[in-house]
Design a protein around this ligand. Structure first.
Ligand code: ADP
Length: 338
């Protein structure tokens, strides 16, 4: 492991993923595929955000395996530890320290305005403060590395805007330190789950795993909801409203797509057969990922080492920032008095 990717003078980016175990199609199409490409042009830090995960319901007994499985997924899709840092958020303790300090410059009104907060809190009787303060920790995740850019999905743009505001407010109060990170919005947009109703998400159980074996991909894809107007096999379908068709657009050769659409419109092919083709194409595309995942699952110590190296690299950068932050906020008082 060269570990040469930090301090190369390239622009720096940070992005994070929840430790939700094996990644799903939404993670891959909406984020990871882009992360793999960004490794060549940026200094990249990728963080498994276990401290964010605790703001929702979770089982502590399952968290270690979910962290590990997410790390395997990141390596399986092609993040290369020689070209980026991959680490677990709680192993770089400066994130939470900076988050606490950012509490001092973050207006509660702004936090309460966040769509994700309003959404999630509306379903709860008792709202943990962590759910409200989540975007502060996210701002710290980004700004501790003084990242200039962040690849984000559209649903995270509001949080990134708040990060920029926190950077501005902190700089105005304590002196120029943090850049205002730009969004890199290059993903596919939101991938709908197999229910066709909500965003694909582990917590909704509507996912296709990227490391699933072909039979498992099929057992997931066969449950996918198609055009609701197509009740009987010979009803004509509408590919433009069918989530299975929208997934074909990512996984099926573009020269085959007109045929898939036409066979649906004319009811020449039933939904089950259409899903079978999709499942085969998904499983085929992810074959190299399954191979890489098998390599890492057989060598857990390699994964641990990747995450340890990533945490060491990230810590160096985080400590540099925190030294400046403490100085500017008047907390390096011993030095100041001598
Ligand atoms: P979530 O955004 O659901 O909390 P994560 O934080 O684990 O999930 O997601 C990691 C990355 O994957 C984020 O950049 C997020 O935008 C992307 N992602 C997750 N689910 C989807 C989806 N259904 N469609 C598109 N992108 C997604």
């Amino acid at each position: 492991m060269s570990g040469q990717q930090v301090n190369t003078g390239k622009r720096r980016i940070l992005s994070g993923v929840q430790p939700s175990g094996e990644a799903h199609l939404g993670n891959y199409l909406g984020a990871f595929r882009q992360w793999v490409d960004l490794q060549d042009t940026y200094d990249c830090l990728f963080c498994i955000v276990d401290q964010h995960a605790i703001t929702g319901q979770y089982d502590p007994a399952l968290l270690p395996q979910r962290i590990f499985d997410m790390a395997v997924s990141l390596l399986a899709v092609g993040l290369d530890p020689d070209r980026c840092s991959i680490f677990v958020q709680s192993e770089v303790q400066e994130h939470t320290e900076l988050a606490w300090l950012f509490n001092a410059v973050t207006p509660v009104g702004e936090l309460e305005r966040m769509t994700q907060y309003k959404d999630k809190s509306s379903r709860l009787e008792s709202i943990p403060a962590g759910l409200l303060n989540y975007p502060i920790l996210q701002a710290a995740d980004i700004l501790i590395y003084r990242a200039q850019a962040v690849p984000v999905g559209e649903d995270q743009l509001q949080h990134l805007e708040l990060t920029r505001e926190i950077a501005r407010k902190w700089n105005a109060q304590y002196g120029e330190l943090f850049p205002e990170p730009q969004a890199i919005v290059g993903g596919t947009g939101r991938i709908m789950g197999l229910d066709g109703e909500a965003k694909m998400s582990k917590s909704l159980g509507n996912t296709v795993g990227i490391l699933a074996e072909p039979e498992e991909v099929w057992s997931q894809v066969r449950t996918a909801v198609t055009d609701p107007q197509r009740i009987r096999k010979d009803d004509p379908g509408r590919p433009e409203v069918c989530n299975v068709y929208s997934l074909h657009e990512f996984f099926t050769d573009s020269s085959d797509l007109p045929d898939i659409a036409e066979q649906c419109r004319t009811a020449q092919r039933g939904c089950v057969d259409c899903k079978k083709i999709l499942a085969e194409n998904v499983a085929h595309e992810f074959e190299p990922f399954r191979d890489r995942a098998a390599h890492y699952r057989d060598r857990p110590e390699e994964v641990m080492e990747v995450l340890a190296t990533g945490a060491r690299q990230a810590t160096v950068l985080a400590q540099e920032t925190m030294a400046e932050v403490r100085r500017k906020m008047g907390m390096d008082w011993r030095k100041a008095l001598t």
